[in-house]
Design a protein around this ligand. Sequence first.
Ligand code: ADP
Ligand code: 2DT
Length: 212
Amino acid sequence: MAGKRGALIVLEGVDRAGKTTQCKKLVQALQQNGRPAEMMRFPDRSTTIGQLISSYLEKKSDLEDHTVHLLFSANRWELVPLMKKKLEQGINLVVDRYAFSGVAFTSAKPGFCLDWCKNPDVGLPKPDLVMFLKLSPTEASLRGQFGEERYETSVFQRAVQQKFEHLMKDASVNWQVIDASASIEDVHEDIATHSLNTVSTVENQPLGELWK
Ligand code: ADP
Ligand code: 2DT
């Protein structure tokens, strides 16, 4: 019989909600529980496609809006063989942003419908758990200024938040809303509990396909 597979766990949320902080802590906690775990993030800026995206985000280059959406999706697809291999090896993957950010950010731009935005990501490995770190714009602003990258304005982030709210109504995805305004340790406890439950639940189940 094949061994137990790893879980695909995604953290989503607005800028400064604590995604990166919590992904790192979760990987450590899973490992301390004897569960192999690794972190990934999207965009993965290290690949050739990722470098195009990075230059766009840093405003060093301009890309047409449909084009950059497809590049973000391609950046996920190029990592799929590696993700599947690791999951099959029993490694739990903790992912900082995924297709939900892809859809929320592009559909917050004028002229984009949700369905068009979802299409390129249909069939990606389906996360076993997606935790949305919820934080109000006021609380986010207390965690520091926006950076200099594209999309880092309060008007755009509010539009993105609304798109996330819409995506979270999709019951085919295992969404969990996390109160990200609590202390780093309390948020971590919440996230670790959900994650450990998921890891045990899915270890003998097949990996799903997103939005299919
Ligand atoms: P994200 O990846 O969602 O943009 P980060 O993990 O980079 O967020 O955190 C943004 C900033 O907020 C960092 O300075 C981090 O130390 C701080 N931070 C993260 N979580 C909390 C928390 N629960 N309470 C207060 N500050 C936090
Ligand atoms: P960070 O590297 O700080 O998370 O910023 N984005 C992300 C998209 O527009 N589409 C996507 O598919 C993904 C994964 C969110 C990355 C920025 O890129 C946006 C913020």
